[in-house]
Design a protein around this ligand. Structure first.
Ligand SMILES: [Zn+2]
Length: 181
């Protein structure tokens, strides 16, 4: 008994030491966890991921470049809706750059029409400006000499019509019908 008692004691001390070390480890882990979560609460929110998006419209040749946030921080979210797929083109000034090619007119050339005067008659252009390649139609029967001064002045400045691409030409037609009484 005398000889085995110290052995039991040493065993007990060993177990106690292990338990102490284990408790210390748990306490340490808890402290670190608390500090981490505390730091997370006080830290400013992370900047949302941004990227450059470049779209080339084949029917008018326009290139539209915009910088915006990646939805959900991922690019694949953007291409899930059936829209033309974005492709990674590289990096520009530290931002990822994606591009796509669309077989259509750009928003400006699909949504806007300019009604103005060209060579003394009414002319309708696709887009916001009277650019030769975007002349849709000229109307020889709608001569400026037959218009009221107010209409002539408005058309000299240019009347801009905006609308849904499927309806904007109909809006233009209605306007033209009202030019000459
Ligand atoms: Zn365009």
């Amino acid at each position: 008994m005398k000889r085995s008692l110290p052995g039991v004691s040493w065993k007990a001390i060993g177990v106690l030491a292990l338990v102490t070390a284990f408790l210390a480890a748990i306490t340490c882990y808890a402290l670190v966890s608390k500090r981490r979560s505390g730091a997370g609460e006080n830290a400013p929110p992370e900047r949302a991921a941004r990227a450059v998006f470049e779209t080339r419209y084949l029917l008018c040749g326009c290139v539209v470049v915009e910088e915006r946030e990646l939805e959900g921080g991922k690019i694949d979210v953007l291409s899930a809706s059936g829209a033309p797929v974005w492709q990674l083109a590289g990096a520009r000034e530290g931002l990822q750059c994606f591009f796509r090619v669309v077989n259509d007119y750009c928003p400006e050339h699909s949504r806007f029409r300019l009604i103005t005067l060209k060579d003394g008659v009414v002319a309708v252009y696709r887009g916001k400006r009277a650019v030769e390649g975007f002349l849709l139609k000229s109307y020889p029967e709608l001569q400026e000499g037959l218009m009221t001064p107010g209409t002539k002045q408005a058309l000299t400045t240019g009347v801009l019509v905006e609308g849904d691409p499927r309806e904007v030409d109909h809006t233009v037609k209605l306007y033209l019908e009202g030019i000459i009484d």
